[in-house]
Design a protein around this ligand. Sequence first.
Ligand code: CUA
Length: 165
Amino acid sequence: MHLHKYEKWWLVFGCGTLVAFLIILGIGAFHNGTHPNNSKKTINYEKVNEIAPFNNPGIHKVKGKEWDYEVVIVASAFYYDPPVIEVPLGAKVKFIATTKDVIHGFQAAGTNINMMLEPGYISEYVAEMNQAGEYLIVCNEYCGTGHTAMHSMLKVVNENATESH
Ligand code: CUA
């Protein structure tokens, strides 16, 4: 089989870039330990329901920490526990989340809150709730047939607002 000179160069270039990118990816993953953003804390995903704080999902007011509230979230196909999160305006909130089964996402649309929830890992994110409103929480990792129905709501409530009007 005869290959044109330019075609050979192009094949070498194509294969070469593939190999180069795989090497870069490999160094990043195995040598530098690049990993989706999480707290580096691990958990036995089969026993999430028994392990603190995930044995008590919900919104918890805390004292003596850098944040005012801890929101503990357990994701599983295809819902979040708790289904609705309500926090007061101005609160500093630490979101602590994990999954009981497959990879899920946890993204509050219109905010910087966007975590990948991986089986066996705990994802954490601290955010200040400085804009009142309702933010749709969506799963942004394809997780199965119920993926599109997997959502929740983050409500940031101004408790000082007068209800007279
Ligand atoms: Cu959970 Cu997609």
